[in-house]
Write a protein that binds this ligand. Structure first.
Ligand code: CA2
Length: 147
């Protein structure tokens, strides 16, 4: 079983700014957490991909077809704007979980819309970086049940 973790714009800045919202751990720590969490969940492989560019994220989702069994995605700001990422997730039909580090539902009105959510079987918010561990666990369970 192979998992792909996708992070959108500015997630590479973790730990550098806004620790009150996103915590003080770095993006490198997040990548290490995902590697450990994926193994614990029963994945043979995990790739972590981060981009600040919408088209690069769309390309990565398309390239995942036939390569990855499941996706954990935090589209970051593109969550609230990107029909292109939603369409890509729908096009590849790879089971996907949406993760947000912060409790988006308690934040500004403009963060209350999620396009990506429409193509995800679960959403995790407000669990900090641990949300990715939770997401990988849910994904593994979903893939085992589906198989
Ligand atoms: O809570 C989340 O995970 C978000 O997806 C994070 C996005 C935000 O636009 C979404 O509404 C919720 C922002 C990621 C920016 O990450 C930063 C990290 C460190 C410093 C500044 C921004």
């Amino acid at each position: 079983m192979k998992a792909l973790v996708i992070n959108g714009p500015n997630i590479n800045m973790l730990g550098i700014r806004e620790p009150g919202i996103y915590g003080s751990e770095s993006y490198e720590t997040l990548v290490a957490l995902c590697a450990r969490a994926a193994t614990e969940a029963g994945f043979d492989e995990v790739e972590c991909f981060q981009s600040n560019h919408e088209g690069a994220i769309v390309d990565k989702i398309q390239e995942a077809m036939g390569v990855y069994d499941g996706i954990v995605i935090n589209p970051a700001a593109y969550t609230h704007t990107s029909v292109a990422i939603l369409d890509a997730l729908k096009a590849v039909s790879i089971p996907a979980v949406e993760v947000h580090i912060s409790a988006v539902e308690e934040r500004e009105d403009f963060r209350q819309v999620s396009y990506a959510r429409l193509a995800c079987f679960a959403t995790i918010t407000g669990e900090g970086l641990e949300g990715y561990r939770h997401g990988l666990k849910l994904l593994a369970k979903h893939l085992r049940t589906d198989a």
